[in-house]
Write a protein of this length. Structure first.
Length: 221
């Protein structure tokens, strides 16, 4: 086990590397505004961003407001997103949250975690992405990929994404959270993939774990 001061030093090294590789962090989900961002993040659960973008590129030019999806109804929404995993449950959430946004928020996306997480299909991670990428509020959305890398880089011993999120927030400056969560996602996809690196291969793993001799086994989120 490494102590907190060592973790902070490690975090600084990691952040320096990520800033050099990814000075810019555009959202990986194509969207027009906070509403379409919310919908895309909801659709991305257990689905790749590429797949979501391929589907929404034909949707958002025509349907991009809560009123549009309420008028469409669940069955038509299902047809629009049928290429996305769990499309039936997601179409229900899209329809119901659109209805709530119209009835309670005049068609606008609320800008608090509490109100976002009350919407159908919106959990803490989805709310965090919207708060971060949509409203610019400091947040650190942690998905299974970030959880895996945080364990691999020995920044957390968290057994779930909630604990990992709390640990990472303690290690990195608040002003860097919004950019950093995307940098880690990008790095995990390109260099430190689930099967392409076992904690001994990529640049960051080798640098911050120079004393590591054996491949790492991770606790599932």
């Amino acid at each position: 086990m490494i102590n907190k001061s060592e973790k902070i030093k490690r975090a600084k090294v990691i952040q320096k590397i990520l800033n050099k590789i990814y000075p810019q962090t555009p959202s990986p989900l194509d969207h027009k505004d906070n509403f379409t961002l919310l919908i895309s993040v909801l659709l991305s659960a257990q689905c790749t961003d590429v797949n979501v973008n391929n589907v929404t590129k034909d949707i958002y030019p025509i349907y991009n407001k809560p009123v549009h999806f309420v008028k469409l109804g669940r069955k038509k929404i299902e047809k629009l997103i049928k290429k996305i995993g769990l499309f039936r449950n997601k179409s229900k959430s899209v329809y119901l949250l659109s209805k709530i946004l119209l009835e309670k928020y005049n068609g606008r996306v609320p800008n608090t975690f509490e109100k976002l997480e009350e919407l159908p299909g919106v959990g803490h991670k989805t709310a965090s992405v919207v708060m971060s990428q949509g409203f610019g509020f400091p947040a650190f959305p942690v998905d299974t990929h970030i959880h895996r890398l945080a364990q691999r880089w020995r920044l957390t011993s968290g057994k779930n994404v909630v604990q990992t999120e709390n640990d990472l927030k303690e290690l990195f400056p608040k002003g860097s959270w919004n950019k950093l969560h995307l940098q880690i996602i990008f790095y995990g996809r390109e260099y430190c993939t689930a099967r392409g690196c076992n904690g001994l291969i990529c640049k960051i793993c080798k640098l911050v774990n120079a004393d590591r001799k054996k491949a790492v086994k991770f606790k599932k989120a």
